[in-house]
Design a protein around this ligand. Sequence first.
Ligand code: ZN
Ligand code: ZN
Ligand code: ZN
Length: 357
Amino acid sequence: MGNKIEPTKTDNCVPATSILDLMKIYVDSKLCYHSDPMKTAEFIDQHDRFAYQIDLWTLIDKRKFKKCERPYNGEPSPNENLRGLFDYEYELPDTVLKRSKHEYHNLEQTRQKTACFSCGGEGIKTCRSCDGQGHSRCWLCSGTGNGGTTSDNVPISCLFCSGKGYTDCSKCGKTGKIHCRHCGACGYLLIWWKLEINWFTIHSVSYQTNTPMPPRKILKAPTKEDYLIYNEKWSYFDTFHGQFEADFAKQSNRLYPVKVDELAKEFNKKHLNITRKDRRIAKLKWNIQILKIAEVVYELEGYTNEHMKDLSHRFRFYYYGQDKKNRPLIYENDYPLNACGCFGVGCAHRSMCCTIS
Ligand SMILES: [Zn+2]
Ligand SMILES: [Zn+2]
Ligand SMILES: [Zn+2]
């Protein structure tokens, strides 16, 4: 890189005489590009172009009710009716969450004292082990009390039940009744609703540009600047255009402003479409970055633009600033000798499969 380039601004303020030098540096830096055509390159024209990277985030509020119960213990029970899923308001977390966030809220106003459905409000239940008998048939002698005979043929009683034929129920202590575990034997339950909330973020990225620059180039461009930033609560009754209007009126770039309609489509498809009965958008954030680009038209005598035949001997490149090492950042897709140029001009050609950009 012999040419010393004056530091330039990241936008389109490079003088016409030196902007072709930037292209030369770019071509020299490409392994398979041949620099020959640039020797006679002639500057034709330069235009301001732009690209936007638009990051959209929505905070989603997903909810469900869960019925809870525990033994009643004298708590106040207002017995308020359960309202709609989204009629309960809580503090919103950040719009951009790295991982989803779970939280729950006990709706104490819905507390209700009710008779225990398990014991019918009695607090005790029939013992299921002994069917309420307090004892059950001996499993060893099957209720006969007979334990067989000795070697002398003398009958002996069952060792397990001592000849009674039944054994006392240890579950209920012979009473045939057990305490209801559901209500802690008090006969009443406290019932209430719990609201479970799952917060999570949906993120989408889109690009708008009046250049042929592909999204990956815009994404990687280090010279993007913040353009519009917004982060607000989203109401159920809002529309995307409604939210955008105020912020978009602030757009300073009148030559190529962000297209709101396109963005609204993106929003509807990737964000609004996921809303269901149980989930809503709670917050909306956008971060729009602008990339200022100079589109340069130049002519190469004796070379034809194979990419766009209409341009004939003219070619274009897109300059969008310099990287950290002061090298020009350029995008082009029509330079004539961008394949096999290392074997000389004669062997160089423009090939789709060898295109390096
Ligand atoms: Zn009970
Ligand atoms: Zn027995
Ligand atoms: Zn029992």
